[in-house]
Design a protein around this ligand. Structure first.
Ligand code: SF4
Ligand code: SF4
Length: 318
């Protein structure tokens, strides 16, 4: 086992109850070949770290202003909006001109308030294992474990395999949360070390899949079928995005696909679209074109669940 191998990590969340069974520690890797319109982790898409700015954390140029003096590209300027927390406490934040910013990340080294940070960090496997071992008692008591997520973890295949292998060597239950968009050769390398795949199904029409996520779906569907044939356990995850993938046709095709390999499927989770990721787009200076889209109603989610139950019985609204 190579505890010195380094992964590009954008977040580690302990005590997670949404990424597989029990209480889990989720390790999110940077970089994803997809760019789903509804992505709620946009900071995980780039393969290189980018500048993230949380204006509310800025203590103001009156007390600081360090970032403005170190940026060689003139990309940081005084914000037009000032924040008056108290009448006598006027704060003028900075704003980033993303047309000038080169993501050199120099400003993140001087921002003591952590308002300016890189979107991730390089970490050694040994560091992550130390964190995991501290959470092991919670895993054992709850049936939880490690979830490797992203981004797309298969894009860092060598690190992902080493991480999964290290967890299994400590008898930690493992989930791999994946888009399935990778070569079968890479996906196959994870098989000996994954107890449960959390596998996204986004759209069954390949052209529409490409339109909404940036990539076609043939490889994703064929990889899921191959995993099933190899004896893997799969939990499918189907985000319901109103007007994009909730048509009767798409629900029917999704149900039919799952039915074909139901012997491998433990659970189908349907996840209502939500807007919780929108502030992250602001922090990266990006615009989300679905920002005004409403979440599906509880009644709609129940209707979709009832429809899909004709194909596969074990469905959970997440
Ligand atoms: S360095 Fe950080 S806290 Fe200081 S002005 Fe810049 S963003 Fe604000
Ligand atoms: S990342 Fe570099 S170019 Fe961008 S604002 Fe910071 S110092 Fe300037």
């Amino acid at each position: 086992m190579n505890l010195e191998i380094t992964g590009r990590i954008y977040d580690i969340q302990g005590f997670s109850v949404h990424d597989g069974p029990g209480i889990r520690t989720s390790v999110f890797l940077s970089g994803c070949p997809l760019s789903c319109l509804w992505c709620h982790n946009p900071e995980a898409i780039p393969f290189q770290y980018v500048l993230s700015y949380t204006s509310i954390k800025c203590i103001g140029i009156e007390k600081c202003g360090s970032c403005m003096s170190v940026c060689n590209f003139g990309a940081i300027k005084k914000s037009k909006l000032s924040n008056s927390q108290l009448l006598e406490d006027k704060i003028t934040h900075v704003e980033i001109d993303r047309t000038k910013c080169t993501n050199c990340l120099k400003c993140t080294t001087v921002c003591k308030a952590k308002a300016l940070i890189p979107s991730g960090q390089d970490m050694k496997l040994g560091e992550i294992m130390n964190k995991l071992m501290k959470d092991k008692a919670y895993f054992n008591g709850s049936g939880g474990g490690l979830t490797v997520s992203g981004g797309e973890a298969l894009s860092q295949i060598e690190f992902t395999v080493e991480l999964l292998k290290a967890a299994k060597s400590e008898n930690i239950h493992t989930c791999l949360d994946t888009t399935g968009f990778a070569s079968w050769e890479d996906l196959k390398k994870t098989l000996p070390y994954v107890d449960l795949y959390l596998y996204d199904l986004k759209h069954m029409d390949s052209n529409k899949h490409k339109e909404f996520t940036g990539v076609p779906n043939e490889k994703i569907l064929s990889n899921a079928t191959k995993l099933a044939k190899e004896g893997a356990k799969i939990q499918f995850r189907f985000p319901i995005i109103p007007g994009i993938n909730d048509s009767v046709d798409n629900l029917r095709m999704t149900g039919e696909f799952i039915k074909e390999i139901e012997y491998a499927v433990e659970l189908l989770q349907i996840l209502p679209y939500h807007r919780l990721g929108l502030p992250k787009y602001d922090r990266l200076g990006k615009i989300n074109i679905l920002k005004d889209l409403d979440s599906p109603s509880d009644a709609d989610m129940e209707k979709h669940k009832n429809f899909l139950e004709a194909y596969f019985p074990n469905i959970q609204i997440h």
